[in-house]
Design a protein around this ligand. Sequence first.
Ligand SMILES: [Zn+2]
Length: 597
Amino acid sequence: MAQRFLILNKIVDDVITKDWDINTSFSCDCSSSEFCDPHHGHVVTGNLKIIKDRKLRSLLCKGPTFREAKNANWDKYLENVKSSLDACVQQWALSKKVDVEMFQGWKTNVMSDVNSKVAELRCKRFKRRRSVLNSPKIKRALEKLQEDFVFVPTDKASNNIAVVCKKFYIQKSLEELGIFDESKSVKKDGSTYVAVDKSRQEIIKNHIKYTKSNLNTDDIPESFPFLYWIPKMHKKPFSKQRFIAASFFCTTKPLSAVLTKCLKLVEKQHKIICHRFFRDYGINPMWILHNSTSVHDLAANFNRKKNARNVRTYDFSTLYTSIPHDLLKRQLAWVIKKAFKSSGKTFISVYKSGASWTNSPKKNTLALDCKKFIRVLNWLIDNIYVTFGDQCFRQVIGIPMGTDCAPFLANLFLFSYEFKWIDKQRKEKNHKVLQLFRSCGRYIDDLCLINNNDLMKEVMADIYPKELELVPDDTDGLSCPFLDLNIIIKDHIISTSIYDKRDAFDFPIVNFPTLTGNIPLKSAYGVFVGELVRYARACTYYDDFSARTKSLINKLMKQAFTFRKLKASYFKFVTSHFLLVQKYGSRILSFPGDECD
Ligand SMILES: [Zn+2]
């Protein structure tokens, strides 16, 4: 269903950039709509009541991944089974080097079993379902809506569809691309993108040529990322935009995939370096975390000694769009060189599943030495393009967006500054300062410090480059959200529970499957168990765990899950995750759903 609504690609492609000006452009009727966002002056809403047609609305409410159930076509089904069976027998005969006839008896038996089962099912009366999207009336209603509006997923709740005024949508995109600045000839300093004169075809040709000569690969997608945005509905007081370069298949993909494997290896090497650093000097300069589970390890150290005093989180507000490319290149070169030196090897061999250090790469394996690694990475940083309508733009500031290696670049870039600063404090014997930086964790652009006494606020300008803005949370320092956790300090003990940004949404969230759709039952209950595991990992106390579980059960029951099966899944979860839930004691053995309404 997703493709039918989210036809952004087409909307974006149709734009002719010259036709757009900040003042004179298409008009819209947003101001008279009750769904108009007062701040933007246009419709930006997650409230699907804007869709008048009831059937269409109820379908959209189920989210973009909902699939309409189909009626079974038994004749077609039998035909498919038969042809697949034939193909299977062919292959089988070939691999065993016997005649196809040998399988004839077996084939007849299988088909007769299938036939009798189908005959049985044919007799059962299935409720005829009618597809909402195939009704001409609804199709027309949808097309009419799409003249004025764009349907996009919502940030942090991708199963919720938001409705945005089309004019506003295009205008915001052009603003991000800096088009209006140029036409008014006031070139805004620090614009992330600049328009280029080259055509899409020319750039693609160059990319293919470069990738071929450096990676010895022919498998290069000939397409180009386009820029789009989705609304961040949870931002208060008004929604903001998250810009994304859609680049699932694009020319830089193979190169970015290679770099990702190499950067992973480099990060691993720095973990080793930092481990040695910790062993020698008693402080760990590696703050990078890959998930919120590591926060429990940080907390455990304090809980053993019962000396947790304060916790503060910070967030790099514009990490991806504010790093100057020359800084990015310089720092990454430092990180890569240091990793090569510490490994004692001259090459990185790149395989399908990963990369490893080596001195003697095999002839047919792609291998990069330190120089080539840095050269290829710099090329990628210089060659990030997006299109919008008929124009190509180059990203001139920030981390290459929409590439696989973006999070690694961001992580290692910040790491380089953190390491250097910690090492400087060590050399200057600032033991008091180091003591306050013993428990730091950073997940890309989210930073969490325990017992730092807010010293970070004073020294952040020393640690990080001036282009980055680091914003502390505004709590009392005893409780704050970090990733999907709520961290709370009470009586010098750190406890955690689930934090969900989506709790702040003022419309219902579609993040679980609705069982009336076309999805396998087993995996749906698997999603339930998966959530229980997540809750149990995150929640120190049983009350937080059971409150979360109850609200989930209530929600799922409204989406056609059954009480009996949820209960059975719950106990399956308790038995199979005994070690995880034993901290809750015997209370875990009562089903929270029993107390639900
Ligand atoms: Zn509008």
